[in-house]
Design a protein around this ligand. Structure first.
Ligand code: ZN
Ligand code: ZN
Ligand code: ZN
Ligand code: ZN
Length: 298
């Protein structure tokens, strides 16, 4: 949906909720709209119960006929989806006869395509492959699949087997993404948000001690400062912060959660992360050592 559409639909959220609920009641469904919000994908209509396709059609029709909306700029509505994580065991790491070519994610995609049990399954990201152990010739393949929120697709796949050449592969549930987590509170890698140990929060943009959404109010960069040369003007109210900062992880020219960051690019490579943090620790202790040595004797 265009951003004009989103803002005019959200502006009239209370009356849109009331009118939508009248239509839903008329259709004798139990589903009612609780509230409406927007996110990066468009308008999100939150309901009291899990909506069915028939409820979605009513909502869809309402939105497209709304006077707040230019119907030409509305994409398909869809029910919320979640991802399910699965792993596949029993596929060889070197699948090609007489070749040391490793199993690739496109090999896995082809294998899945050939198997009817994956017919209605859509992958949410490229399959990821690791060796079972350094000396093993077998692979563990992680796949994320689009699923309904009850995880039904995953339930239908778990513990099923299928042939890969002469091998038999088995699907198992995986608890979570096998990648290295990035904390959404302090933006460091290697721990998840709920196990963050800093007090307060760090800004993803400037690494200052405030939540990212309050950067404009709390970040020093957007405040007027006439002592600097040239003097810094205040950022206008309602405008995003135009300043750029270095990533707090790699010091690159991007935000700490950017997909341009090498930490993000290596997010499925635990060894890389471990090595990188060891390097950072080593550099830090070296600079502390040299700072102590440089201090004049008293
Ligand atoms: Zn943290
Ligand atoms: Zn900030
Ligand atoms: Zn700023
Ligand atoms: Zn970075």
């Amino acid at each position: 949906m265009s951003s004009d559409n989103i803002s005019s639909f959200i502006k009239n959220a209370p009356s849109n909720v009331a009118n939508l609920n009248r239509e839903l009641r008329n259709a004798k469904t139990d589903v009612l709209v609780d509230y409406i919000r927007s996110d990066s994908t468009g308008v999100v209509i939150v309901t009291n119960k899990v909506a069915q396709q028939s409820d979605l059609s009513i909502i869809d029709r309402f939105v497209k006929n709304s006077t707040d909306i230019n119907a030409l700029q509305v994409e398909e509505s869809r029910l919320p989806k979640s991802k399910s994580y699965l792993k596949i065991l029993g596929i060889p790491y070197f699948p090609h006869d007489n070749s040391q070519e490793k199993l690739s994610s496109s090999d896995v995609e082809n294998i899945l395509k050939q198997n009817h049990i994956f017919n209605n399954i859509a992958l949410a990201s490229k399959p990821r492959i690791i060796k079972v152990s350094p000396k093993s010739d077998m692979a563990i393949v992680w796949i994320d699949v689009w699923d309904v929120q009850s995880g039904l697709n995953a339930k239908l796949l778990i513990n099923r087997c299928f042939n890969v050449g002469k091998y038999i592969a088995t699907i198992r549930g995986a608890n979570m993404n096998p990648g290295v987590p990035q904390c959404k509170n302090c933006w460091k890698w290697g721990h998840s948000t709920h196990s963050c140990r800093i007090r307060g929060a760090k800004c993803v943009k400037c690494n200052g001690p405030h939540k990212t959404e309050h950067h404009r109010e709390f970040g020093w960069c957007c405040k007027a400062n006439f002592k600097t040369n040239p003097p810094r003007l205040e950022t206008k109210k309602g405008e995003p912060c135009p300043h750029s900062f270095k990533c707090s992880n790699c010091k690159g020219e991007h935000q700490a959660d950017s997909n341009e960051c090498p930490f993000w690019k290596h997010r499925f490579n635990r060894e890389w992360h471990i090595k990188k943090y060891a390097e950072i620790r080593e550099n830090r202790s070296q600079s502390i050592r040299s700072a102590t040595n440089e201090r004049p004797n008293q």
